[in-house]
Design a binder for this molecule. Structure first.
Ligand code: AMP
Length: 182
């Protein structure tokens, strides 16, 4: 049975049923604020997707590889029409990454734009192509802090509540309004 959070949201477009998804955005090359804002606009323009909430912009410590620029991160929630599968959503996000001329030379290294699906309500996937809930979500302050800002009681599809308890890296340095230039 769909719970209250999943039902009754109405529809992302038209009268179809939809479910809530959480998307994390990150950038640490060039005009990172513009990349993150541009990504939100590009996601908002996707068919079958309706933006619910967008976090502030977070400057965060680079994880794993320290000698790179700080990241700008944000998290957004969207309603995804049931006609759009989780893999279709992933592929659309990957097309947006490509549009932003994603540059990446090393694993965990700098990138113009990185989009991750953190969670889709009621869905679990454990393939190499798509793991949701995102396996590292609760380790990353750059995911946990913005997600708790917009959804303070969020529970992942595997039943784990989002909290700072397990956070290990990617810590927040500063927070700016979505529209401000810091
Ligand atoms: P990265 O370069 O770190 O962004 O990783 C991209 C790869 O992770 C792609 O091959 C995706 O298919 C895969 N992937 C697995 N789970 C997810 C997820 N929840 N969100 C985004 N990409 C994912």
């Amino acid at each position: 049975m769909a719970d209250k959070d999943q039902a009754g949201h109405g529809s992302a477009a038209g009268n179809q049923a939809s479910r809530l998804a959480v998307i994390a955005i990150g950038s640490n090359i060039g005009d990172t604020l513009s990349y993150v804002r541009g990504a939100v606009a590009a996601i908002a323009a996707l068919p079958g997707i309706s933006v619910q909430k967008v976090s502030s912009l977070y400057q965060t410590e680079p994880a794993h590889v320290k000698d790179q620029d700080v990241f700008t991160n944000a998290v957004m929630t969207v309603l995804v029409d049931d006609s759009v599968s989780a893999l279709e959503l992933l592929h659309r996000l990957q097309a947006i990454e490509t549009d932003f001329h994603r540059v990446r030379h090393e694993h965990w290294g700098p990138r113009t734009l990185d989009l991750d699906i953190i969670d889709i309500a009621g869905e679990i996937s454990d393939t190499e192509e798509l793991r949701i809930p995102h396996p590292y979500a609760l380790l990353r302050d750059f995911v946990v802090s913005p997600l708790l800002e917009i959804e303070p009681d969020y529970v992942l599809a595997d039943g784990k509540p989002v909290s700072h308890e397990a956070v290990e890296y990617g810590f927040v340095i500063s927070v700016n309004d979505f529209g401000s230039n810091g």
